[in-house]
Design a binder for this molecule. Structure first.
Ligand code: HEC
Length: 125
């Protein structure tokens, strides 16, 4: 019995190693559903454009510009609106309907927009 178990051990280790390798791969590779797609994000941003613009430049004074914001910041804020951690009468409603994939795509789109800052020349005193 013991001898058979010992003899079998070498053979049994291979599938275990293969499973461990697969698990490592699964953990390392992003799930396809959450791979952010900026083109899909641009489509989804139609829902946002009345207020934030499709180009991320706000169209109403109370909405912030989203263009060039980091993806991590955009995702964190959208998830905070969705969970109720951050509240706003408009954004809480908008974010409630977004999946993780929508959020990743929208963040990929808005963060990919390049912006330039032109601070005013202030007269030297
Ligand atoms: C009806 C107008 C409106 C629409 C539509 C809208 N937003 Fe907003 N959004 C706002 C306003 C207003 C704020 C500012 C909230 C506050 O004052 O806390 C905001 C805030 C945000 C913020 C936080 C930005 C920051 O600087 O903290 C993100 C991110 C955001 N919106 C993303 C989106 C996305 C993505 C969509 C589309 C899926 C969307 N919004 C649709 C009005 C809107």
């Amino acid at each position: 019995m013991t001898a058979r178990l010992l003899r079998g051990a070498g053979g049994a280790a291979a599938p275990v190693r293969a499973a461990a390798a697969l698990l490592a791969l699964a953990l390392a590779a992003p799930a396809p559903a959450s791979a952010a797609d900026p083109a899909a994000g641009r489509e989804k941003a139609r829902k946002c454009k009345v207020c934030h613009g499709i180009d991320g430049i706000a169209r109403i004074p109370i909405a912030p510009h989203l263009a060039g914001e980091s993806a991590i910041y955009l995702e964190t804020q959208l998830k905070a609106f969705r969970s109720g951690k951050r509240e706003h009468e408009m954004m809480s409603v908008v974010a409630r309907g977004l999946s993780d994939e929508d959020i990743a795509d929208l963040a990929a789109w808005y963060s990919a927009i390049r912006i330039e800052a032109h601070p005013p020349d202030l007269a030297q005193k």
